[in-house]
Design a protein around this ligand. Structure first.
Ligand code: GUN
Length: 283
């Protein structure tokens, strides 16, 4: 079998175009505040891409770059001011934060109605219970990709490798809401292959280059690769050994061009939803 490629770039482009059209219909352009602390090179790239994408969609970006030495108090004060600024629809604090700053505390400070990253515990709670809050962008993007290929997850076995707060845990909840049977696996899972070889949908979100090998994949499975790593030659690669996996999987996301572009598309989408709500155009 040669897997079909899930073109995240194309799906993201469609979502961004739809978002741009909806943005143009608003009374006031949405605004997203993006806060970065320190000089993490990967974060710099992510933040730059997010700001560029905002501009392309007609969303105003407000960039706040704070030094590595920034105190927790200073960051919290910035968030507080943005919470009270009626012209701001979304607030995003790029993670990771320097060690002197407690991420949990910072994320809880963001007004849940402006939490377009979906990381606030209020939105996390909604995700686990009733749904309806902001959904974290990468997991929401993965669900969009499955929809785009016409794959119904109901009754399927979804196996997620990695239990991060950003991807693995929230994705498990979205899959559960969509009536998949979900298995969470992680670094302490004994006999990982036992689970992965039974997966109809296999999601790798661990940050280890080419960790998932072809022998771990069930014939015809949908393989979603969330990893962004460098291989031994410094070449960009995912958490899956893509070339070998293609021979076994039914569908697979490439790296780059798979899950990555969806994260930004869903961030723009969440910012639009926030602006629509705040302008009384949806509830
Ligand atoms: N760091 C890695 N991924 C993300 C993300 O989606 N949002 C934020 N704020 N930080 C991140």
């Amino acid at each position: 079998m040669t897997a079909r490629i899930i073109d995240g770039k194309a799906v993201a482009t469609q979502i961004r175009a739809r978002t741009k059209e909806a943005v143009a219909k608003l009374k006031r352009a949405p605004a997203l505040a993006v806060i970065m602390v320190g000089e993490n090179p990967a974060s710099r790239v992510y933040v730059r891409n997010k700001i560029r994408a905002c501009n392309e969609a007609g969303i105003i970006s407000i960039e706040r770059h704070l030094p590595d030495t920034c105190s927790e108090e200073t960051l919290l004060a910035q968030i507080e001011a943005l919470n009270h600024d009626d012209t701001v629809d979304g607030i995003l604090v790029q993670l990771p934060l320097p060690p002197q700053i407690r991420s949990g505390l910072v994320l809880e400070k963001i007004d849940p109605d402006k939490d377009v990253d979906g990381f606030h515990i209020y939105n996390t709670g909604k995700l686990v219970t009733t749904g309806g809050g902001f959904k974290p962008c990468t997991p929401a993007g993965i669900m969009e990709l499955l929809q785009a290929i016409g794959y119904d997850v109901e009754g399927k076995h979804a196996v997620i490798i990695g239990r991060s707060n950003i991807v693995g845990k929230p994705l498990s909840m979205l899959m559960l809401q969509a009536n998949a049977t979900v298995t969470m696996t992680h670094s302490h899972t004994a006999d990982l292959r036992r689970y992965t070889t039974d997966a109809d949908i296999l999601v790798a979100a661990i940050g280890k280059p080419k960790f998932v090998t072809a022998d771990m994949i069930k014939e015809g499975a949908v393989v979603i690769d969330v990893g962004v790593n460098r291989d031994e030659n410094g070449k960009l690669c995912g958490d899956v050994d893509t070339e070998a996996a293609k021979e076994v999987a039914g569908w697979i996301t490439p790296v780059p061009g798979g899950v990555g572009p969806m994260t930004i598309a869903m961030l723009l989408h969440n910012t639009l939803i926030s602006a629509q709500k705040r302008q009384g155009l949806s509830d």
